[in-house]
Design a protein around this ligand. Structure first.
Ligand code: FMN
Length: 565
């Protein structure tokens, strides 16, 4: 089998060195894109739907449309009463987090869209849950795989009830676990070596959709960041060679605890957790996703290996110097346009922006304020992750009422302002945006039309210049890796994906649209912001603005049985 280009580093390299080598190697440059096949091999296109034939399937009844919960209440602490854990609430949870939201058709081709977005719509992310006994779902605790096409749960393993209760004893009654894995091949098939980055972005988006879905049920959700990758793999059966055979394997990503009330701070599962220790009895065998793989990308395996987490103490960081909700928003938002359901299930990427729509300052400031954790550590979805923001925004503002066009910065950790000033171009003005709420750390760097510039550094994609604003997510990269180790490389992408998911929903609420941009020229973005230090790296781009609909496409319901209910 032909292999992609040579590997990253020799076997003596440290995991951090492997990460840095991978990141540098997978940059897009004006004169050279990161290595990929360079064409679409349609014959081996991976199936976007993993299934485990042989496992029992529990069909989740589709929640009735029209749930009136207002979108703004997702963010208002304690506003949503906690739903009891039931087949119905679990169905709603997965519907809002990972389900299909539409099918699209163009001539003879159809494809589905989901609540969670995905680079190239390739959907490498698989969802799992470990649920207690729930009436009409199962009469024993079990490990389930979520099947989005059917909106169903596949029961992968039945657990010993006593072992499970012991494991969950520290958590409130009605808590459960959810987790994510990635099938690298689904992204690598199209994007080659850069695909690992996209898998991580997608996992971050999905972590946010899980948190948001929990919020819609009045539940808390918190990442169990101290648990090892091997424990996650063991819990979800990803290490069971016989169940996969030659089918594509899944890389464990993350595990989160869902609680019936607000998130716990620093919850922990026992280290040394294995499927055996909870008495798992497995069923089902994974389907193959591609008939064959004509190319391999070994650097993805290398960076995956280097960033696999070992068990560690959970991260605890101090948020006491972050702004309050009042300082961030001026007046906290307690009304809005959409229901949560409309925003979550109606979310779509814009395929083009109109180059004309101007948004209000209120919408702009509210959107940015939603990207900030608050002092009490309770702002959703940031309450799901325990680290202070490592992703800051370099903004290209094109069309916001009353705000000069130009480059801006949002310091998502206000204590990083001095460092950002130091890292970016000396000549920047760093003038606080005077009309912004007092707690929003938004600064004008340089005035001027930057539409063409934004498009140029986003692989020439016009959507970056034709929206109301676009942005580069600038990661505090090396310092984070030094502090938390190579595994935190993934966390940086997850945080970026979470920022993106909030931008998607906020755009819906504002009556506009947004789009994640994974294709950008890394170093030219750094040049725009005058960043010469390799310690800081651009991790993701986004554009937000007035969309142009593609009227050639037909939209069909997500589930054919949707119409029958
Ligand atoms: C990590 C990531 C990177 C993306 N990169 C691009 C991009 O460079 N250009 C683009 O037009 N769309 C991009 N998208 C948007 C996807 O194409 C889109 O999410 C996918 O087609 C599914 O459509 P939906 O978001 O409407 O569900 C990206 C999305 C994600 C999550």
């Amino acid at each position: 089998m032909p292999a992609g280009p040579e590997g990253l580093l020799d076997a003596n390299a440290s995991p951090e060195e492997v990460v840095v080598a991978y990141h540098e190697r997978t940059k897009h440059h004006f004169h050279r894109y990161a290595a990929s096949l360079g064409r679409m091999d349609w014959a081996t296109q991976p199936d976007p739907f993993r299934r485990y034939p042989g496992a029992d399937v529990v069909r989740l009844l589709l929640p009735k449309p029209g749930r009136p919960l207002p979108y703004w209440q997702l963010y208002a602490l304690g506003a949503v009463p906690s739903a009891p854990l039931s087949l119905e609430s679990i169905s709603l949870f997965f519907r809002y987090a990972l389900s299909l939201t539409a099918w699209k058709r163009f001539h003879e081709t159809t494809w589905s869209l989901r609540a969670n977005p995905s680079s190239g719509n390739l959907h490498p992310t698989e969802g799992y849950a470990v649920l207690p006994t729930i009436t009409r779902l199962g009469n024993a605790p079990a490990v389930y795989h979520y099947a989005p096409k059917e909106h169903a749960l596949e029961r992968r393993a039945i657990l010993d009830p006593r072992a499970w209760s012991k494991l969950c004893a520290p958590f409130p009654e009605g808590s459960f676990l959810v987790g994510l894995s990635s099938v690298h091949w689904r992204e690598a098939w199209k994007y080659g070596e850069r695909a690992f980055r996209y898998c991580q972005h997608d996992a971050g988006h999905a972590l946010a959709t899980l948190r948001i879905a929990a919020a819609a049920l009045g539940w808390g959700l918190v990442l169990l960041d101290g648990i090892s990758a091997s424990a996650i793999a063991g819990l979800f059966g990803l290490t069971r060679g016989d169940d996969y055979g030659t089918a594509e394997r899944e890389e464990p990503e993350l595990l989160a605890l869902v609680t019936p009330t607000l998130p716990l701070t620093s919850p922990q599962l026992p280290n040394g957790l294995t499927a055996g220790s909870i008495g798992a009895q497995w069923c089902g065998r994974a389907n193959a996703l591609s008939s064959e793989h004509n190319v391999e990308w070994p650097v993805i395996d290398e960076v995956a290996q280097a960033t696999r987490r070992s068990a560690s103490a959970p991260i605890t960081e101090d948020f006491s110097r972050f702004p309050t909700e009042e300082a961030l928003f001026g007046i906290p938002v307690r009304n809005g346009r959409l229901t949560a359901e409309k925003a979550i299930l109606g979310r779509r990427s814009a395929v083009a922006m109109d180059g004309a729509t101007t948004i209000s300052q209120d919408a702009f400031f509210r959107t940015l304020a939603r990207l900030m954790p608050t002092r009490d550590g309770r702002s959703m979805p940031w309450d799901a992750i325990p680290w202070r923001p490592r992703i800051h925004l370099g903004l290209f503002v094109h069309r916001v009422e009353g705000i000069p066009r130009g480059l801006y910065a949002l310091a998502r950790d206000p204590d990083k302002l001095a460092t950002l000033k130091d890292v970016m171009r000396r000549a920047f003005r760093w003038q606080r945006q005077p009309s912004a709420p007092p707690g929003l750390p938004l600064y004008l760097l340089q005035e001027g039309d930057c539409g063409a510039l934004a498009a140029r550094v986003s692989c020439g994609q016009h959507i970056a210049g034709d929206g109301a604003f676009s942005l580069g997510m600038i990661a505090d990269y090396r310092d984070s890796l030094t502090m938390y180790g190579a595994a935190f490389y993934r966390n940086l992408f997850w945080e970026a994906g979470m920022v993106g998911q909030v931008l998607y929903l906020e755009a819906e609420e504002s009556g506009i649209r947004s789009t994640g941009i994974g294709c950008y020229f890394d170093d030219p973005v750094h040049e725009v912001f005058g960043i010469t230090s390799r310690e800081w790296q651009s991790f993701y781009h986004f554009t937000v603005g007035g969309p142009v609909e593609d009227t050639r496409l037909t939209t069909l319901p997500a589930y054919h049985f949707e119409e029958e209910q």
